[in-house]
Design a protein around this ligand. Structure first.
Ligand code: HEM
Length: 106
C-alpha cells in the first residue's frame, strides 16, 4: 500500500528525534522501523526508565535485541506503536549489516 492511502502514520526521523523526553515532549523510540510512544511505560520498565530514555528519539533496535527481551516484552512493545519511520528514511538492510559488522569489529 502506498504511503498516501495507508492508515499507518509515518514519521520523519526529525519528528521522532524531537520526542526525546525533554522540553515537555514525550519519549518515542524506534524499533525495526516502527515508532513507539513509551512515555507512560518508562516507570513500568523492569530494566528502569533510564535504559530506555538513553534511546529517546532514536533507534534502540540493537540495544533491545542485544539484551534478548522475551516474547512478552515484544508483545508489550507492540501495544505502544504509534506509527512507522517514513519509507525513504529507513535504513537499508545492507547499511544495517555494515553497521553491525563495524560495531563487532574493534
Ligand atoms: C518499548 C520498549 C521496551 C519494552 C516493552 C521492554 C520490556 C522489558 C521487559 C518486559 C523486561 C523484563 C524481562 C523480559 O521480559 O524480557 C525488560 C527487561 C530489561 N530491559 Fe527492556 N524493554 C524495552 C526497551 C528496552 C531498551 C531500549 C533497553 C536498552 C538497553 C532495555 C533493556 C532492558 C534490560 C537491561 C532489562 C533487564 C532488567 C533486569 O532484569 O534487571 N529495554 N524490558
Amino acid at each position: 500500500m502506498s504511503e498516501e492511502t495507508s492508515s499507518v502514520k509515518y514519521y520523519s526521523l526529525a519528528e521522532i528525534a524531537v520526542n526525546d523526553g525533554t522540553n515537555g515532549n514525550g519519549t518515542w523510540i524506534i524499533y525495526k522501523d516502527n515508532v513507539y510512544d513509551v512515555t507512560a511505560y518508562l516507570d513500568d520498565h523492569p530494566g528502569g526508565g533510564d535504559l530506555i530514555t538513553e534511546w529517546a528519539g532514536k533507534d534502540c533496535t540493537k540495544a533491545f535485541d542485544d539484551f534478548g527481551h522475551s516474547g512478552d516484552a515484544k508483545k508489550e512493545m507492540k501495544t505502544m506503536k504509534i506509527g512507522e519511520v517514513r519509507e525513504e528514511e529507513r535504513k537499508k538492510e545492507a547499511e544495517e549489516e555494515r553497521e553491525r559488522q563495524r560495531e563487532g569489529c574493534y
